[in-house]
Write a protein that binds this ligand. Sequence first.
Ligand SMILES: Nc1ncnc2c1ncn2[C@@H]1O[C@H](COP(=O)(O)OP(=O)(O)OC[C@H]2O[C@@H]([n+]3cccc(C(=O)O)c3)[C@H](O)[C@@H]2O)[C@@H](O)[C@H]1O
Ligand SMILES: Nc1ncnc2c1ncn2[C@@H]1O[C@H](COP(=O)(O)OP(=O)(O)OP(=O)(O)O)[C@@H](O)[C@H]1O
Ligand SMILES: NC(=O)CC[C@H](N)C(=O)O
Length: 794
Amino acid sequence: MVRRLATLATCNLNQWSMDFEGNLGRIKESIRQARARGATYRVGPELEVPGYGCEDHFLELDTVTHSWEAVADLLSDPEDLTRGLLVDVGMPVIHRGVMYNCRVFLLDGRVLLIRPKLHLANDGNYRETRYFATWKHRGRVEPHRLPDVVARAVAAREARREAAAAAEEEEDAVAEGEEGGGKGKGKGGRRGGGVGGGGDEQGDVVPAEVPFGDAVLKLRDALLAAETCEELFTPQAPHIDLALAGVEVISNGSGSHHQLRKLDQRLDLIKGATAKAGGVYLYANQRGCDGGRLYFDGCACVAVNGALVAQGGQFGLAEVEVVTATVDLDEVVSYRCSISSLREQASAMVSPALVELDFRLCGGAAAAAAAAAAAAAAAADGPAAAAAARPLYPSRPITPKVLLPEEEIAYGPACWLWDYLRRCGASGFLIPLSGGADSSSVAAIVGAMCQLVVAAVAAGDPRVISDVRRVAGYAPDQLPSDARELAGRLLSCVYMGTVNSSRETRERARLLCEQVGAYHLSLSIDSVVEAVVGLFAAAVTGGRRPAFKAHGGSTAENLALQNIQARLRMVLAFLLAQLLPWARGVPHRGGSGWLLVLGSANVDECLRGYLTKYDCSSADINPIGSISKTDLRSFLQWAATNLGYPVLAEVEAAPPTAELEPLIEGQQPQLDEIDMGMTYAELSLYGRLRKVARAGPVAMYNACAAMWRGRLAPAAIATKVKDFFRFYSINRHKATVLTPSYHMESYSPDDNRYDHRQFLYNVRWPWQFKRIDELAARDAAAAEAVAAEAKAAT
Ligand SMILES: Nc1ncnc2c1ncn2[C@@H]1O[C@H](COP(=O)(O)OP(=O)(O)OC[C@H]2O[C@@H]([n+]3cccc(C(=O)O)c3)[C@H](O)[C@@H]2O)[C@@H](O)[C@H]1O
Ligand SMILES: Nc1ncnc2c1ncn2[C@@H]1O[C@H](COP(=O)(O)OP(=O)(O)OP(=O)(O)O)[C@@H](O)[C@H]1O
Ligand SMILES: NC(=O)CC[C@H](N)C(=O)O
């Protein structure tokens, strides 16, 4: 018996919002790779044509027009990339005056079906309902008129193919005499029975209209349908009805961002989708920084009947990564038939809207053509590729690869930084490096980036090679082979010490630069601080100088003297970023280049406001702005060994300090957790309760009281919660100017895109705090009553 075996392709693409040319190039490359592996279906990420993160650009009609232009280019591509390969791309489409987030199915130079998204993503960083509507006419298909640019492209391809066929016939006639030259010879013999596809050899008129709706593609040998990203996450996910309706292949083109420890959830959903109802599930995703704070973390994969059979990388520098699996569609039928309850539900299912298509996923003419293309590519590529083109066997289940959180912290931000650097025109990074945990983590992440770049160069990635040559200024015959050498070109760090700095932090900063390979400067900025304070005293107070608390000054003086050190560091950092390349004589595209200033405030200090507004926490971008101190500390431990920067273990072990107040007997008196009045562990808890668990002050008191019952008195818990809300609200204004950060943590307080709240509060919270006090009194009385009862019982 002939099994229904099909090779199907999905991919991770590093798209860049609004870069239509680059995006189309990457889409084409993924199609080429899918063809070379003999695939008959290729699915790409959500909105891959314009890029997922276009945001309000989606409101510009240009964005839709350019997307169609790109599709037209793809359909009429001289390589005929859609011949014999069902291509499924993501783009916005306007239908009857409404914009939808769509999948567009292409085959043989034609558009076959446009499938709009049914459930939009609108939580956290997602705002899809701002641009798109959901498709509400479930199970219905309507005609959609294609724009002229597409109709013309279809016609141009038809004309080209007809001309080629005529030329071929003429050649055959000349070579073989009049008996040769049968029509359609060697073309696979498909004939159009459905909409759009399959009629290309019959000289059909170009269809100006195509079906639009949540239809299933009824192929000659399989049923195939799409769901899009968020739909997988919904309680009534479309894949359930699709599977019950007998759809064997379900694809999901996604634009899904990285968040620490999130991959597990995504894989569970994908495996769960096919474990319950059987089927083949193909997941495609964007990968990289597409121009904003999010990092899309790829992980394209294929699951069959609850087991993962292929998985692409989560982080990586390759712009195009195609993942293929060979699947046995009969295994899907067999799996489903074996579950009685599934049979019962499936038999009650009403048929979905179908779009018929004369095309086979398995073994048919298209597959043969694809296999021939694969064999040809293999022959050209040598024995390894030839092996890949041998007869089909179903892909076997694999163990899902899920990275440690420490690895996610290293490689997600490292890849985000690489995308940002190569796309923004800078020649490297500048880090104001204090030798503390935060800025050291950022330096280590840049080191990890250099390691990834060197590995990609060694693997021969042409894109990385050309990017690194351009950004780091290598000569045409030169390439980086050592991550430390590359770091010496791309990373400059500056320690800006004062009399309040310790020898230890200065030394750790120096050592870290040595281990990473970064260019290092160590400065004393006392004279600059002195100049500014001196100016203030001369101009404002007639020579009376502010003093630190340790020297008898007030709180206001003490804070002002700290903040001026911190803010001057920011000014110096930007000056150095502008002029260091010039000072070092580094050639960069005819000039001397400039550096991106990296910030390193972590999520907890932003939440509490424990930072000086517009000091070095203000930078161009911040790779760790939404990572908690707790996670950063385990990252440092991991990186000391795994990235090969041993000094990070010492950095991690040192108590966090701002080093802004005078040393007392050579010791640093200012420790973060004491200064803040709360620990980083507590802050992390408050952060999660506030944002993830949506707790207001009273709900947070109740949650903490439940957690800390018996360990802390209710009044003490009430004080902690009130302290947190007081500091949070006093400092909320700082969140409005946070440096754009890689978004990694669900409790990020990033005011700009993610955590939308007011920034002027009544910091006494009179209503809420009174309620907390009442609850604390009630809890204390209850605890006393329990204790009294227990005492009476003994
Ligand atoms: N509601 C409001 N809306 C808009 N702006 C408001 C505002 N309230 C104050 N402001 C402005 O903000 C200023 C106060 O903020 P800012 O100047 O930052 O000063 P501030 O928050 O008072 O002090 C900075 C704090 O961060 C600590 N620090 C400093 C350096 C490093 C580290 C560390 O991370 O280790 C910590 C330092 O010890 C101190 O506790 C005010 O002078 C005012 O200009
Ligand atoms: N002595 C210094 N030299 C260079 N940069 C410094 C110095 N002190 C602070 N900075 C910069 O200012 C930022 C904010 O300073 P802060 O004292 O708040 O450090 P932090 O957020 O605790 O970070 P870290 O753990 O890196 O010290 C630091 O992350 C660092 O980039
Ligand atoms: N683009 C989307 O639909 C993404 C939404 C989804 N919840 C995710 O984070 O992956």
